[in-house]
Ligand binder design. Structure first.
Ligand SMILES: Cc1ncc(C[n+]2csc(CCOP(=O)(O)OP(=O)(O)O)c2C)c(N)n1
Ligand code: SF4
Length: 291
């Protein structure tokens, strides 16, 4: 008898989410479960790494093997998981403060390496968990407890930064459109190489500017507007639209196929490292060298 396919609810744990009612994290959690069920993945097929923040509390609510570790360091952990067992799909959930700020260095270099990871950027434009301070994606002029007179500097543009960092799958979703977001996450997981899905995730408690309504007045689907996702220059133009605060494209900005970092490692050709025997590995020379 063939086992019944898992349903999204099968990826729930017994812990109920503690996010504020209306938080965009609910949609990202739901869309992730939809994508996992749609791709017919079992919990043993994937791992998830979370950063620190409200988004990271999702570690308690998704039935998955994974790691909830240091602020800004989700991508190095995910890299280690992929190198140890590249049979696993690896999803990485970060906040804008976590992934684009303190973890910004890892963000750039993981993309240029083209590790086969799917990064979900929960972009609420504030530090949610620590009660609403300015984050790297906060809009210029936005007043928060840490910038009472308004943010002085320009925000990070994650889509433009990903394009400049040679990311091979660059997309933006919106927590206000779960069906579209579910499809983008599934495409990101299926993509061979690094997939960024930056997700507009309203923080209903601390960001009273970038609300669901504010986004609904500005978002449009790239697919409906004739965008060619193989054209990198066109993708840059679409990415820069965000800075006008008038039009915000949703969907796949850019995709290309190129060998992954893992493809370039001869050590992985024989299969995942976790399956390889270490009985014949002799490190005595190495120990002697460093003794
Ligand atoms: C090294 C370090 N610095 C600072 C903190 C405090 N801290 C915890 S969460 C957070 C910011 C969270 O913001 P974001 O990454 O945008 O996630 P959100 O809470 O909005 O989901 C900070 C600064 C920490 N935990 N570790
Ligand atoms: S503070 Fe903001 S990001 Fe955190 S759970 Fe509440 S609404 Fe969500």
């Amino acid at each position: 008898m063939v086992d019944a396919k898992l349903q999204p609810a099968d990826f729930n744990t017994t812990v109920r989410p503690t996010w504020c009612p209306g938080c965009g994290n609910f949609s990202i959690w739901g869309a992730t479960k939809n994508a996992l069920a749609g791709l017919e993945l079992e919990p043993a097929d994937f791992a998830v790494v979370w950063g620190i923040g409200c988004h990271g509390n999702g570690a308690d609510f998704l039935k998955a093997a994974g790691f909830h570790g240091l602020h800004g360091r989700a991508l190095p952990v995910a890299t280690g998981i992929r190198l140890a067992n590249h049979r696993l799909k690896v999803i990485v959930d970060v906040g804008d403060g976590d992934g684009y700020g303190i973890g910004g260095n890892h963000f750039i270099h993981s993309m240029r390496r083209n590790l086969d990871l799917t990064l979900l950027g929960h972009n609420n434009q504030v530090y949610g968990l620590t009660t609403g301070q300015t984050s790297p994606t906060s809009d210029q002029g936005f007043a928060t407890p840490s910038t009472p007179s308004g943010v002085i500097e320009k925000p990070v543009n994650p889509i433009a930064l990903a394009l400049a960092s040679d990311c091979t799958f660059v997309a933006r979703g919106f927590a206000g459109d779960i069906a579209h977001l579910s499809d983008l996450i599934a495409q990101g997981i299926t993509h061979s190489g690094f997939a960024l899905i930056d997700i507009l995730q309203p923080c209903v408690t601390f960001n009273k500017r970038n609300t669901y309504q504010w986004f609904r007045e500005r978002v449009y689907k790239l697919d409906d507007d004739g965008h060619d996702s193989t054209d990198k220059r066109a993708a840059f133009d679409r990415a820069l639209e965000m800075e006008t605060e008038e039009r915000i494209g949703l969907g796949v900005f850019y995709r290309e196929q190129r060998p992954t970092y893992e493809d370039g490692l001869p050590q992985l050709a024989a299969g995942p490292l976790v399956d390889q025997s270490i009985e014949d590995v002799d490190i005595s020379g190495l120990i002697e060298h460093y003794a």
